[in-house]
Design a binder for this molecule. Structure first.
Ligand code: FEO
Length: 395
């Protein structure tokens, strides 16, 4: 994407990656992504804030073709999708000084082999005058690495927030449309930010008083109405979970699916919203997004060699690592002659810190007594949601 002006003297010079479909060799990118880089031109000095993924270095170079001098390159975050072009930029602009957090100095040396006098740490709250443009650096750690900073262009009340508030969304829109960016930002929060809710709360406490009029993250479009994303993050970070049950499931011969179908109907009858995910063909990003709001997770799995199906093992490992707000966990499992599914699920989900509800284990195809136990599980879940005051019917 060609360079575009965000505000007078501030330009978006990064790259849209329309075709990328996987991030970190793990996260599906159905909408592509972007690697945003911003050029801030003062009357005296020029700063580039973040670079781009190494695969898009030429786009950044093309957008900087008319720039004779770069005084500073601010590296807000060392992950390579934002810092990966730094060595090439420095080779083109040996006059530039790299500014970053104290923690990033070491990470730049180890990840990019950029070190020495060219790199200078900035303090939390430090200001940098460019001439009519003043950058204020704000430490915003654990969003999602420990070294991350954000940068406020004070005269423009423009916050460059790096990964924070980002969305994996390839679009030609410089400014996002709310209905398009909100679901993408929620998915991004689920996949990247959710494990760091405590740190994010502190970061929000620092950012909101700055009253940014624009927020420009390093992925996805710029927010012209920052309250949308600030309010959404507050809710995702601090709000209670919703009256929602998320059911990841696998069924090899249909026995587990019978249990899932019965549980879905029983929960809906009791006013509880259900989102279910067949792990045979799941988009992990959609599952992660559902986990942002879920009050209860029900793992429904057949038994394979005494344990949960490997697809369930993988999904639960990920769900636990993401540390969602879920308060309750249940297991519904079918088995042929013996099972240790519950023990394994409990072990895999230790990070959830959720109350384990009495499991329903069924030998072979469910009979009427088994289906009644599924109904009782639905009773228990609905009652626990009601006791927790989780917003009444979720439907
Ligand atoms: Fe977009 Fe953590 O890199």
């Amino acid at each position: 994407m060609r360079s575009r002006e965000v505000r007078p003297g501030i330009y978006s010079v990064g790259a849209v990656d329309w075709e990328r479909r996987l991030f970190d060799a793990l996260i599906p990118l159905p909408e592509g992504t972007s690697y945003n880089s911003y050029l801030v031109r003062g009357t005296d000095k020029t700063a580039l804030v973040d670079t781009v993924d190494p695969t898009k270095t030429q786009v950044l170079l093309d957008n900087l073709a008319g720039i004779d001098r770069l005084d500073y390159v601010v590296i807000q975050h060392v992950e390579q999708d934002h810092s990966g072009s730094l060595p090439v930029i420095l080779s083109r602009h040996p006059e530039a000084r790299v500014l970053c957090s104290a923690k990033a100095v070491d990470l730049l040396a180890s990840h990019l082999r950029v070190s020495g006098d060219v790199v200078g740490p900035v303090e939390d709250g430090q200001e940098l005058e460019l001439g009519g443009k003043t950058l204020r650096f704000i430490y915003t750690p654990w969003a999602h690495w420990p070294e991350t900073i954000s940068t406020l262009v004070q005269e423009d009340a423009l916050l460059l927030s790096c990964d924070l508030f980002g969305s994996h969304l390839a679009t030609s829109d410089l400014f996002g449309r709310d209905e398009e960016v909100y679901p993408a930002a929620k998915r991004y929060f689920a996949e990247i930010m959710m494990p760091f809710r405590a740190a994010l709360k502190k970061n929000l406490d620092r950012i909101e008083p700055l009253r940014p009029e624009l927020i420009a993250p390093s992925h996805g479009p710029v927010y012209a109405r920052p309250q949308l994303i600030l309010g959404a993050y507050r809710e995702w970070v601090e709000g209670p979970p919703h009256n929602l049950v998320v059911i990841p499931y696998v069924s090899m011969h249909g026995s587990t699916r019978v249990l899932v179908d019965r549980l879905t109907d029983a929960l809906v009858e009791r006013g509880v919203k259900v989102e279910r995910f067949d792990l045979e063909a799941v988009d992990l990003g959609r599952l992660a997004t559902a986990l942002v709001d879920a009050a209860t997770v029900v793992a429904a799995t057949p038994t394979v060699l005494s344990n949960p199906h490997p697809a369930m093992v993988s999904a639960l490992y990920l769900a636990s690592a993401l540390r969602p707000r879920a308060r309750f966990l249940a297991v519904v499992a079918s088995y042929g002659w013996a099972t240790k599914v519950v023990e394994m699920v409990a072990s895999l989900t230790a990070g959830l810190k959720a109350e384990l509800i009495e499991p329903v284990l069924v030998k072979g195809l469910a009979g009427s007594g088994d289906l009644e136990r599924i109904d009782e599980l639905a009773d228990t879940i609905a009652a626990k949601h009601a006791e927790a005051g989780l917003g009444g019917p979720g439907l």
